[in-house]
Design a protein. Structure first.
Length: 431
């Protein structure tokens, strides 16, 4: 009973510190220090060792490189090329140009690694155009918010790097493992959009069709970026490069593409570098705090006690995943995705391993659940992005996004029933 109260007290302290506006990393370090008091362990020495070990991780260098690659391409003309290249191919599909939101988000996600950036960039290009063509606001906004979450799942993903570092799982394998689930989610989004169009009949009057030769010509602008994506992901899949090395290739390729498109200026270069630095240091600081909290939890023995307690409940792996899904959805209403991963990984990994759940599969599961947090109020970043872009209230944006929320939850159930969807590509990777 005393250990349970101590654990509850630590959780309460963490939320009090976060609610008071303290930086997440500082809050994690303080809670870790409090947890270690009374254990007899040298708090200062453990803190220095774990924080330095986390910050000095070579694996972590992939994070700023992939973020920098995304920032460079974000400032290029890629979004414009995406719309012009994809739109002519969508005219004959039910839902027509709404599929540009889904497919465009999937392609943009392949180098942005950020859900909010994907949502903002695709929304900036498609909302004015689709509104002008007569598409209903609800499905336009909802499809962008939902498909924008692909920024977390389609590799390279910032969330996957964070989980990989925290759980000591191969980042390259996480990236490859996310491909099929990402394509599955894109397919389900597109099927919903097509079904909506067929059932409601709310199609625009304009029919966007064009001859094959015109469609091929319009797609030529996308070829360099698609080639870069294939090189980055293919180098990891073929075993030619680690995640860090592939990220370096991606940065070099992004700089070349930006130069060739005429968008590489000193201003865009420095802005991209500064933005990448700010985001990377923020995440690295959080990971350092989480590393110390993990070490502190090991000294207190609380994770072991939690595993033993959950073991007494007799939960099956599926029941455990269902309970964790509910927990993550609730947490997602108050905490951003990266914070959710670092806050829960230290405690949950022993529980997950004891239940016989593979950590690679669990990483993809966590990323998908974090996707849900991007479209759940009141802290759904995608909702805030679209609220600012459209002027609609947050309640309306959340309501029209609700069908895509259920699609993501359904995807989790599919992956739980068929885990080979996650494992197939990593199992084929060259060692």
């Amino acid at each position: 009973m005393g250990d349970l109260l101590f654990a509850i007290g630590l959780v309460a302290l963490l939320f009090i510190l976060l609610g008071a506006g303290m930086w997440i990393a500082f809050a994690l370090i303080i809670v870790g220090a409090v947890a270690m008091i009374g254990t007899g362990a040298p708090v200062g020495q453990v803190m220095a060792t774990t924080i330095w070990g986390s910050a000095a991780s070579w694996t972590l260098t992939a994070l700023p490189l992939f973020i920098w690659m995304g920032e460079i391409l974000f400032r290029s003309r890629l979004a414009e090329y995406l719309f012009k290249g994809l739109a002519p191919w969508m005219g004959r599909l039910p839902g027509q140009l709404l599929h540009v939101n889904v497919i465009g988000s999937g392609i943009f996600a392949a180098f942005s690694g950020s859900s909010a950036a994907t949502c903002a960039t695709i929304g900036k290009m498609t909302i004015p155009e689709l509104t002008r063509r007569g598409y209903p606001d609800g499905i336009v906004i909802g499809s962008i918010a939902g498909a924008g979450t692909l920024g977390l799942l389609i590799p390279p993903s910032i969330s996957m790097i964070v989980y990989g570092v925290a759980a000591e799982v191969s980042i390259a394998k996480l990236f490859i493992a996310g491909l099929l689930p990402g394509l599955l989610l894109m397919t389900l989004f597109s099927l919903y959009v097509a079904g909506w169009a067929l059932v409601t009949g709310h199609l625009p009057k304009e029919q966007t069709t064009s001859p094959l030769i015109e469609r091929l010509k319009s797609s030529r602008h996308m070829a360099p970026v698609l080639l870069l994506i294939l090189i980055v992901i293919g180098s990891m899949y073929g075993g030619f490069a680690t995640a860090t090395e592939a990220a370096a290739v991606g940065v070099a390729g992004a700089l070349i593409l930006s130069f060739l498109s005429g968008t590489l200026t000193w201003r865009s270069f420095s802005d991209a570098l500064v933005a990448a630095m700010l985001t990377s240091t923020m995440i690295a600081f959080i990971l350092a705090g989480a590393a110390f909290l993990t070490a502190a939890m090991a000294f207190t023995g609380l994770p072991r006690l939690l595993v033993a307690w959950i073991g007494t409940l007799g939960l099956s792996p599926y029941a455990l995943l269902a309970a964790l899904t509910v927990l993550f959805i609730v947490l997602g209403c108050f905490i951003d995705g990266v914070s959710m991963i670092v806050l829960t990984t230290a405690v949950l990994l022993p529980v997950v391993q004891a239940a016989g759940i593979d950590l690679l599969w669990f990483g993809i599961y966590m990323v998908i659940v974090v996707e849900v947090s991007m479209i759940t109020p009141p802290v759904g970043f995608n909702l805030f992005v679209l609220q600012g872009m459209t002027g609609r209230d947050i309640g309306y944006v959340a309501r029209v996004t609700l069908p895509f929320f259920f699609i993501i939850v359904a995807t989790i159930a599919i992956l739980a029933a068929f885990p080979q969807i996650v494992h197939f590509l990593p199992s084929q990777m060259a060692n």
